[in-house]
Design a protein around this ligand. Structure first.
Ligand SMILES: Cc1cc2nc3c(=O)[nH]c(=O)nc-3n(C[C@H](O)[C@H](O)[C@H](O)COP(=O)(O)OP(=O)(O)OC[C@H]3O[C@@H](n4cnc5c(N)ncnc54)[C@H](O)[C@@H]3O)c2cc1C
Length: 407
């Protein structure tokens, strides 16, 4: 990028908000894929108007612009593969409106998801999308990746809550999509087009989301089983009964081993799998769902342990980080309701043989955990994996792949 272009960008955002210093650029050269590409410059715009001017300039001078939230993405979307200008959304971090009566909020893209959830909770409202990275990822990044977490099984993912967007298009034009009402069915659904577009179609500068009333009650169960298959059968059983937990996560034995070691989790050595089940709602429905779920594991003769929800969910999430410094291979699986028990067969038979997944190298572990019973993928099992065999060896073994098995 030529010096005169950098001068023009500086004139738009102000010299305090543009950097070309190598040590600054390095901070924005990677995301959670572990890959690194140095940008030419990094800018921190303070408004949609500034972004619009930058995009006009980029369109004229033909330099790449890469929007970036917190850089926790696992798809490489915020990486400046061809250099260019990284636009960091950290200054666009205001919650512009929480309309309690209409259960709608308007936020800027740089708002941290967890902070937004905490803010609406104060008004007895609930914003459900809960990526495990919510304490540091941004609302803009969530929209661009259509993020979701454990509660997706009941509450859905980001796309189910975005009503409208303000977007700066690649040529600098400002565009508004969607509505701020529950129903908005007229015309093309352009909002959805931008959701999951990973910054390729435009830069999101405002997000309108719908909110729910905060569930008043919650019950969390930790179910220990003697085999993975038993855990899988339990998932099917819970869902067949019409119970819709807000969390239904499993961890296999190796995953448990890692968590136990990392967080001093006390579990019997004989445990082969763990199912984390959380139900929520008002007092009566929570009680009812809790009782009904309990019947599933009581009749199956499983061990059941009560625990505080926050601690458990934190432990499940902490697994995503793995065991710091240790070699490991991570595998996440989402699959459809009816295919769930069969997934175990597939996991065992195929992952280590015919699929491209490399054999676990000596001293590394295969962990597996999952958001169970995702309804959107009833006919497919979507498998994504990525490896992190210590930073030193990353280049040799790094893989990221989505594989779809028709089951
Ligand atoms: C520990 C950990 C746990 C995670 N858990 C989950 C999980 O449970 N569920 C899940 O879905 N994901 C998860 N992720 C992945 C990641 O956190 C999400 O994809 C998140 O939404 C990325 O947000 P971000 O702010 O970090 O975006 P970034 O990584 O900065 O960017 C992601 C993409 O969004 C684009 N983008 C960012 N801001 C804008 C904008 N304003 N306009 C247009 N495009 C934009 C970028 O160009 C890029 O393509 C996890 C990641 C980590 C590291």
């Amino acid at each position: 990028m030529k010096k005169n272009i950098l001068k023009k960008i500086e004139a738009i955002v102000g010299d305090a908000h543009l950097t070309t210093a190598r040590e600054d650029l390095m901070c924005y050269s990677y995301d959670s894929t572990g890959m690194e590409y140095m940008p030419t410059a990094v800018a921190f715009p303070g408004s949609a108007v500034e972004i619009s001017s930058i995009m006009e300039l980029a369109n004229k001078e033909l330099f790449p612009v890469i929007p970036r939230g917190a850089g926790t993405g696992m798809t490489g979307g915020s990486l400046p593969i061809q250099g260019g200008l990284v636009l960091v959304m950290s200054r666009l971090n205001r919650i512009l409106e929480v309309d309690v009566e209409n259960q709608v909020a308007v936020v800027e893209p740089g708002v941290i998801t967890g902070q937004f959830q905490a803010a609406v909770k104060k008004e007895a409202l609930f914003y459900p999308p809960d990526p495990a990275s919510r304490d540091f990822c941004t609302m803009g990044g969530n929209v661009a990746e259509c993020s979701g977490g454990p509660s997706a099984i009941k509450y859905g993912v980001t796309r189910d809550y975005v009503l409208g967007l303000e977007v700066v298009l690649p040529d600098g034009r400002l565009m508004h999509t969607g509505v701020r009402t529950a129903k908005g069915v007229v015309g093309y659904d352009l909002t959805r087009l931008f959701i999951g577009s990973e910054g390729t179609l435009g830069i999101i500068t405002k997000i309108v989301v719908r909110l729910l009333a905060l569930p008043t009650h919650k019950k969390t169960y930790l179910v220990l089983t003697d085999s993975l298959r038993q855990a899988a059968m339990l998932v099917s059983e819970i869902l067949k009964r019409g119970i819709l937990p807000n969390t239904l996560e499993y961890m296999d034995q190796t995953a448990l081993h890692v968590v136990r070691e990392y967080l001093s989790l006390e579990l019997p050595q004989s445990t082969r799998a763990l199912l984390l089940v959380e139900v929520d709602g008002d007092e009566n429905s929570t009680e009812e769902q809790g009782e009904s779920s309990s019947e599933c594991w009581q009749t199956g003769g499983h061990t059941r342990v009560f625990s505080r929800s926050d601690r458990l969910i934190m432990r499940r999430k902490s697994m995503i980080f793995g065991r710091p410094g240790a070699p490991f291979l991570r595998l996440h699986i989402n699959c459809g309701l009816t295919r769930y028990p069969r997934m175990w067969w597939c996991r065992k038979q195929k992952f280590h043989s015919s699929l491209i997944l490399p054999k676990s190298s000596p001293g590394s572990w295969v962990l597996s955990s999952s958001h169970s019973g995702m309804r959107e993928t009833v006919t497919f099992m979507s498998i994504s994996w990525w490896t992190r065999i210590t930073r030193k060896n990353t280049k040799k073994v790094k893989q990221q792949k989505d594989c779809y098995l028709n089951m």
